[in-house]
Design a protein around this ligand. Structure first.
Ligand code: AMP
Length: 198
């Protein structure tokens, strides 16, 4: 059991217009996170899969930590339900703070915002800036093509095969929890040869 993981950063869609299956899984994940003693660190909004997940963390005994840039707060996206909330100047400071205060990263299905956040976390880990678990929840097979794309990157030598150890695709919310509980940070080889050889 990994007791060092408490605050889980969730990246997820801001859309309110998705098929129901995605909200159901996001809520399930939030419920399981709360029930298993985790807190959520996220974008701080009332939108989409982010809120579906965060509200259930709260309903199940976990805390909510929100980090949002002023611009989005001014648009009225902010929830008043956070246990702690940080307003940041822009999106970059926001990502840095989400990273700073979290022990793990989970990406639910999402759009460009989610993809950007997820890629940055994987690259941070590749370069040895952190050893956090990075889990991708593949609800409804949403990320099957991303997984194939990652494999194509490796096959065509855009990436070293070691990148496979940087992220984990979970098929169900329960698998996310199991992975977080049993996560053992490995000593990633971050020397030039390990990253840039093929
Ligand atoms: P997207 O996947 O494009 O819907 O963007 C969602 C991701 O970007 C989330 O993980 C958030 O961190 C961030 N984000 C986008 N829109 C918002 C918003 N209105 N409030 C808070 N975070 C947002």
């Amino acid at each position: 059991m990994n007791k060092n993981i408490k605050k889980v950063c969730v990246f997820a869609s801001s859309s309110n217009y998705l098929p129901e299956v995605y909200y159901t899984d996001a809520k399930k994940l939030g419920t399981l996170l709360g029930q298993n003693g985790y807190d959520i660190v996220y974008g701080g909004s009332t939108l989409g899969l982010m809120w579906a997940c965060a509200s259930e963390v709260k309903n199940n005994g976990g805390k909510i930590y929100g980090v949002m840039p002023k611009k989005l707060a001014d648009m009225g996206c902010k929830t008043d339900n956070c246990d702690e909330f940080w307003l940041t100047e822009g999106m970059r400071e926001r990502k840095a703070h989400l990273d700073k205060i979290s022990d793990a990263v989970v990406a639910l299905p999402g759009g460009l915002g989610t993809l950007e956040e997820l890629s940055e976390m994987i690259v941070q880990k590749q370069l040895g800036y952190n050893k956090k678990p990075v889990v991708i929840l593949n609800t409804n097979g949403y990320y099957d093509k991303l997984r194939e794309f990652f494999e194509q990157m490796i096959d065509e030598k855009y990436a070293n095969k070691n990148v496979r150890s940087l992220y984990y695709f979970a098929q169900t919310p329960q698998e996310v929890i199991d992975y977080l509980k049993t996560y053992v940070p490995s000593e990633l080889n971050v020397d030039k040869n390990a990253i840039y050889s093929r």
